[in-house]
Design a protein around this ligand. Sequence first.
Ligand code: SF4
Length: 194
Amino acid sequence: MARPVSYNVNNKPLEKDISIAGMPEGQQGEGFFATKLSDVVGLARKNSIWPLPFATSCCGIEFMATMGSHYDLARFGSERVGFSPRQCDLLMVMGTIAKKMGPVVKQVYLQMAEPRWVIAVGACASSGGIFDTYSVLQGIDQVVPVDVYVPGCPPRPEAIIDGVMRIQDLIGKESLRRRNGDRYKALLESYGIQ
Ligand code: SF4
């Protein structure tokens, strides 16, 4: 006997599930809308983040769930996950980073083009987690600057999505001049990055 197939008989209207990106602040009238260039660039950037998952252990599995159809990071415009640093703008470090891996994380970061952002996902990437040992890096911010830390061991997919949304907030509000500013240059210099 054929196995019964169940269909979703309670289809909801699609328009209720889909939200469009919010408009930036600006002036509008009949036939025109005026806003700041940085807001338009921020709107485009924040809704088209290309993540580079640098997963070394258990937190990486939570990221896989985050990419799956249930949590679906694609809803945030971030479905294009890449492993070529030059095409990505969000480095997501997930898992325990041994001190030997520190220079590798830094090299991947250096290969990414500006503007680039970094999320430390989970306790290990943020602070070494439970591995307070001679061999484990006590947080990736010892080798690269981090924009958002996601707590948890492991963080649930909702927490990872929350981290991505915090990054979206940062990206949307970032000034176009920030990367050329003295403060940003001083931050990179403190990591030995030119
Ligand atoms: S934070 Fe916990 S779950 Fe994540 S990599 Fe470390 S030990 Fe594994």
